[in-house]
Design a protein around this ligand. Sequence first.
Ligand code: ATP
Ligand code: MG
Length: 183
Amino acid sequence: MRFSKLRLTGFKSFVDPTDLIITDGLTGVVGPNGCGKSNLLEALRWVMGENRPTAMRGGGMEDVIFAGASSRPAKNFAEVALHIDNSERLAPAGFNDGDSIEIVRRITRDVGSAYKAAGKDVRARDVQMLFADASTGAHSPALVRQGQISELINAKPKSRRRILEEAAGISGLYARRHEAELK
Ligand code: ATP
Ligand code: MG
């Protein structure tokens, strides 16, 4: 699955619609401290269905909405659109009818989140499964947070094991076993 574009509107520090074009090869984002580099990675995680405010460095999910600045009032919603290159038709059925798929997540104050895939309303779970099946997603070990490497180095053996199991894709099996044992 190849991402081709990320568009942020009212998401954290990106108040006006901003496109990040992702071309083949390596994409680097450089800029001074606080310019929004980490916010871009968080937007990617968020549009894939992240629902833990702590993973977004916030206290509540609505903290991703532009909170206002001295020169700009706060926004009422935040939206992130992710364009996926589907020219090889690798997306699962239901998503698979174009060269490019657009996944959109929007959060509105006091309303909550809504998702769209290829223009249709979908559930958070549909979006999460789309990425899980492609071995990516909000919890993917491919997304490495700032400070996560030193956390891994300094972690106690037990929690380091949990991180490695997540990277190896074993944690999903534990979750399924736990579910089966409850039945
Ligand atoms: P560093 O180089 O220090 O890691 P960075 O480029 O990764 O910096 P970010 O952490 O992505 O920077 O951006 C932080 C900025 O985003 C801060 O200026 C913060 O005020 C702003 N910000 C975060 N959430 C919001 C919000 N809801 N509304 C407005 N601005 C926000
Ligand atoms: Mg950062």
